[in-house]
Design a protein around this ligand. Sequence first.
Ligand code: PLP
Length: 403
Amino acid sequence: MAKVNENFLKIDREYIFPIIEQKLDEFRRNNPHETLYNLGIGDVSQPLTKTVAKAINLATQEMASRPIGYGPATGYDFLKQAIIETIYKKYEVSLEEVFISDGILSDIADMQELFCHQSVIGLPDPSYPAYIDTNVFAGRAGNLISKQKYSNMIYFACNQETGFKPLPDDRSSQIIYLCSPNNPTGVALTENDLARWVNYAHKQKAIILYDAAYCDFICSKNVPKSIYEIPGAKEVAIEMRSFSKSAGFTGLRCSYSIIPKEIKLLSSHGSESMNRLWKLRQNAKYNGTSYLSQRAAEAALSPQGTKEANMQLTQYQKSAKDLFMGLSSMGYEVCGGIDSPYVWWKIPYGKSSWEFFETLLTRCKVLAVPGIGFGLEGNRFIRLSGFAHSDAVHGALKSIKRL
Ligand code: PLP
């Protein structure tokens, strides 16, 4: 009989988002006439912009008029060029350092393959669940030593003391996941925080996997959108960005990782270029991101595409800010919502995050995400999302006020 990969049995919780979907379905089935304020979604709620849709149409016609088959595994130069021109020119990033993919999630899940199994993983608590789960499946998390804690992982708490963001200390780790602005706390790392992490990575000879999925929401002056603003970052940091949240591509799929040639991993022969290894890996295991998505992404970066995407972002930013201000004015403790679509709400009544989730759903008709789904530090918190329509935001705030 075929044997299971035992690592899959080491996950001690279910992935949070399908559970929330299930709760939503249940609510709709049992309350068909009730209005529900859905602040649980981490997905976009506006359609593709006109410029992006037009580019997809054109690319479809092109594919119908001449054969366009497998593209380069690392992506087409036209998109890499557009990424460099619009974002990375000032950091002197070259075409060979840009790797196009179908989503940050894929790169997060796959990039850890390049590291040896004994590497200690450092990550924020709470954080995007994929950082932990994909390492557990791959057998690099070690053993489950207590609830949601693995022997080969160290957790950088994001709590009141740290300003709800991860900050380095003197514990050692070699693979570091950072997300700024952080999902779920909604707090972004300042220039000073990032400099501390780059310094830590140099000292530890560690690599930072920098998830910048929400960087386009950043508006505070002292918060860089790119980690490469920090001197020395190109030797230690891989930056991952996506068109998912910034241009509504969650259903279309396109993202990219910047892997500077300076990044080296220790080997028995000396050192190896991560850029070379990732190219090797992608050529062997990935057949490339669809041509349509890449043409669409190119259009999203054009001046008109950027303008339209920014109009959508402005609405999400307003919803997040309204949530933050609304809850603050009721006297609740909240953070995030300024540089991020997410608001992180401290549960007021000493309840666990699942209990408060149920209270919000049944009494306020508000769907949120319990903080425990992102790590133990999240158990006294709830995540609310600004990807909702403004009617849902204002309806939810009124309903919460009555609570
Ligand atoms: N990283 C974070 C922090 C996210 O919250 C998400 C999606 O919600 C992703 C990555 C996934 O991004 P993509 O759609 O590019 O796979």
